[in-house]
Design a protein around this ligand. Structure first.
Ligand code: 13P
Length: 256
């Protein structure tokens, strides 16, 4: 059985003080249940890079893992404004979100670039969360699986079969992000199934170990039905991860 992954992406929200307060509140709430939650799921948050040290201090020794929203593929060098894997690892960052649609569509990141980041994350023992997803117009033109499987294949180029299980995939349809209009479990499940099939074609049985998350307008109200779908192995949450109460509720999905 695959462990669930419940991931909060704070995007460009919260100051360091606010990030620390949110992390503290989450820890207080979720660490009470750490043994039960830890049986079948991982929970993590990805604060803005500059707030990682404050959140790392707050979460030290907690059951809540720490993630980054992006990183460069080189370890160091003349890359103004960028952050590298060794810098993140020093603060205990384990997860890194890569190829988020906002990186692709606002900052022009291409598949080849994202692929290099995935390989770097694996080289450093981190867990890459590779995001894929079609835009609203691609969706309307019936191009969802073409777009998603192309992003998947290119994003995973040269990832050895032995390392594939360490990668998580997040299917985030762009039309569902921040819109309040989530994909239904059935809609997402079809895409997740296609992703799983493509992973099997590529790498065989190890594909069954890869976690495929859904992201896009996930809330405390819709998480149970999404994660209840057998092909949905967790969620990547934006807006609803910015409040301790809603994210803690999401993290407890399926637990009475
Ligand atoms: P929302 O949950 O705010 O729709 O954002 C989803 C997302 O982009 C998470 O990475």
């Amino acid at each position: 059985m695959r462990r669930l992954l419940i991931a909060g992406n704070w995007k460009m929200n919260l100051t360091a003080a606010e990030s620390q307060a949110l992390a503290g509140a989450l820890r207080k709430d979720l660490d009470r249940d750490a043994a039960r939650l830890g049986r079948d799921r991982d929970v993590m948050v990805a604060p803005p890079a500059v707030n990682i040290p404050a959140v790392a201090r707050e979460l030290y020794g907690s059951s809540i893992g720490l993630g980054a929203q992006n990183m460069h593929f080189e370890d160091r060098g003349a890359f103004t404004g960028e952050v590298s894997a060794p810098m993140l690892k020093e603060f205990g960052v384990v997860y890194v979100i890569l190829g988020h649609s906002e990186r692709r569509h606002i900052f022009g990141e291409r598949d080849e670039f994202i692929n290099r980041k995935v390989l770097t994350a694996l080289r450093h023992g981190m867990t890459p969360i590779l995001c894929v997803g079609e835009t609203g117009s691609e969706h309307d033109r019936g191009e969802t699986s073409t777009v998603v499987l192309r992003q998947l294949q290119r994003g995973l180029d040269q990832v050895p079969e032995g390392e594939l299980a360490r990668v998580a995939i997040a299917y985030e349809p762009v039309w569902a992000i921040g819109t309040g209009r989530n994909a239904t479990p059935g809609e997402a499940g079809i895409v997740h199934g296609a992703i799983r099939e493509a992973l099997r074609d590529r790498s065989g049985a190890v594909a069954d170990q890869v976690r495929i998350l859904y992201g896009g307008s996930v809330t405390a109200d819709n998480v149970d039905s999404l994660v209840g779908h057998p092909d949905i192995d967790g969620v990547l949450v934006g807006g609803a991860s910015l409040k301790a109460e809603s994210f803690a509720r999401i993290a407890r999905t399926g637990i009475a």
